[in-house]
Structures are given as C-alpha cells and as structure tokens.
Write a new protein. Structure first.
Length: 151
C-alpha cells in the first residue's frame, strides 16, 4: 500500500524574503528558431546530450519549446508519410503552451511552481524575452541559501 501525504502548496512566497531566481538560473542556452529543420534539432539534442531547448523568434521572444517528446512525433510522422526523418520544421513540432518563470520570481516561488507542474525545467523570461532557464536541480542547489526561520 502506497501512501502519499497531502500538503497545502502556497501560491506565492513573501516577496524579497528569498534569493531571486536569476541568481541560480542558467543563461547560456542552446536555442532554436521555428524555421530550423527538425533533423538539425535532433542532431543537436543528441550531440549536446540535452532533452530540449527553447525556440525563439527573431526578437528573442520565447515562442515554444522543442523536446525529445516532440521529436518522437517526427519518427511517427516520417513512418506514416514515408519521408526522411529530417523533413519538417521546428514550428510544426514544438510545444507552444509554455509555463514560464518571471525574472522577478524567487526560489520559493519557483519551487512552488515545480510542485504544481510536471516539468523538469522552466524558461525564465522578462516581458516575454528569454533570459535563462531553471531546473529542479538548480532549486535544490539554492536550498542551501535558505535560512531557518526563527519564530
């Protein structure tokens, strides 16, 4: 018998109480464009050993995420249509319903968002412009900076 304890997840932390997410996010990211060929994306994901990457338009605005999961659809499409794997554009396969983190969020805000979503990482944006990415591991590293509360 498995038992998973239920607990309340707050919606937000108290602003200014914890480190900003910008202190822990990664800002040097591999990105793609909607017009990139999907075969190129698969090659880069495999070479760089990453599971996905942001998709940016010409203004560096985040327009999607392309992941291994999205690329698996390429295999099915290529078999079904009897086409080479490299055919198709990122815009045809990327996920456009994106959950993001704002640069103003702190590490607790982001931890709360991770608990409410199934994602392993979130893009960090400032007014729609990609600034970086934060993963669950980044938040775990940030936990060292959280001081115990004194009641």
């Amino acid at each position: 018998m498995n038992f998973t304890p239920q607990f309340d997840i707050p919606s937000k932390s108290k602003k200014g109480q914890y480190d900003p997410i910008t202190k822990y996010m990664v800002s040097d990211l591999i990105t793609f464009k909607p017009e990139d060929e999907i075969g190129y994306v698969i090659k880069v994901l495999l070479e760089k050993k990453i599971s996905g990457a942001p998709v940016l338009n010409e203004h560096r605005e985040l327009v999607g995420i392309i992941s291994e999961q999205d690329c698996l659809r390429v295999i099915i499409d290529s078999v079904y249509h009897n086409q080479p794997l490299s055919k198709g554009l990122v815009s045809e396969y990327m996920t456009t319903d994106i959950v993001t983190i704002e640069v103003t969020d702190d590490i607790v805000d982001v931890a709360i968002k991770f608990l409410k979503n199934r994602f392993r990482r979130f893009p960090v944006v400032d007014k729609g412009i990609l600034r970086g990415q934060v993963s669950k591991r980044d938040i775990l590293k940030a936990a060292k900076s959280i001081k115990p509360a004194t009641w």
